[in-house]
Design a protein around this ligand. Sequence first.
Ligand SMILES: Cc1cc2nc3c(=O)[nH]c(=O)nc-3n(C[C@H](O)[C@H](O)[C@H](O)COP(=O)(O)OP(=O)(O)OC[C@H]3O[C@@H](n4cnc5c(N)ncnc54)[C@H](O)[C@@H]3O)c2cc1C
Length: 343
Amino acid sequence: MSDQSKRTALVYAECAEGKLRRVALEALGAARRLAGDGGSVHAVLAGGGSAASPALAAAAAELAARGAGVVHVIDDPALAGFAPEAYAAAIGAAVAAVQPSIIVLGHTAAGRELAPRVAAALKGGHIADVTAIQVPEDGGADAILTRPLYAGKAFEQRRLLPGASCVITVRPNNLPVAEPVEAGSEGKVAALAYAAPPLWTTVRDVVRKASGRVDLAEADIIVSGGRGVRSADGFAPLEALAKVLGGAVGASRGACDAGYCDYALQIGQTGKTVTPKLYIACGISGAIQHLAGMSQSRVIVAINKDPDAPIFGVADYGIVGDLFEVVPLLTAEFERILATPGS
Ligand SMILES: Cc1cc2nc3c(=O)[nH]c(=O)nc-3n(C[C@H](O)[C@H](O)[C@H](O)COP(=O)(O)OP(=O)(O)OC[C@H]3O[C@@H](n4cnc5c(N)ncnc54)[C@H](O)[C@@H]3O)c2cc1C
């Protein structure tokens, strides 16, 4: 067996609004695979403020039940808002306690901000935006990590060498979540102290523009609108379809630039990168900058009046038609199917 089977991995378990993000459980699944059967897996949870403690306790219990051998909880008022210096120091405290060779974070806004800081402090490598991991079952060779390049037009495979220290971010929705371990095999939860560093900035206020919506980055289903929706009101049928499917609404930059929706919904090269199980593009032409953010989706459905629209080149299913006719028909049909017992 190589060193592959003896790795110690640490997961930064990101929370949003007091709840574990799904990508934290995907990162834990990746860490378990990379640590191998003979390795150990730790998780670090950080937060603070009056409502934080019960939420951290619940998140810690879930991580422990899904294969984190030790969950290190740092509950400190300095971590009430997201300050990269403070959160990097919190991960640093766990790194000092655990001495991992692999650190896994979600490839989220926070993960992207923290990972290079942690890698620099560790003097280790950094592999960002991993979408697939191959670990030989016998642990007899090094793990291979795959990441997209050039907005998904090429893929790079990186080999994780034995003994290397590396910080990895995993793209949401691409890797399986860590499965629960057998009852009785749950990990431990331990409080960890850390010294809050001086902060350069603090969060004064968080202004939510898209409250109550399913998080685009982690949505399984996205119904996305482009300039073809023609107005802000034109998004209403898309909202209705997304609601029936339990999905999120996204948009092209064309729709955002036209003022039909908020830039928080923009998907693409200069917007969010999404990889849902189902992406329904309505009235979106399929410019390369839009494809950069969604072409890795598992199933792509395109609805467009123009049979020559480039979006049909990446779509698994194409519907040539007027979105204002097609989308309500789909909504009604899904509503009917989902209301059928046993569906
Ligand atoms: C540096 C840079 C970065 C960029 N970043 C991004 C980015 O992150 N994300 C992004 O999306 N774009 C980005 N863009 C813009 C991109 O190039 C396109 O301009 C944009 O994606 C077009 O948006 P659209 O498809 O909604 O609009 P259009 O290209 O105008 O397409 C509208 C489509 O709707 C169809 N349509 C019209 N009416 C209907 C109807 N009733 N029913 C069905 N179909 C209908 C039309 O046939 C057409 O195909 C970027 C551009 C640059 C230069």
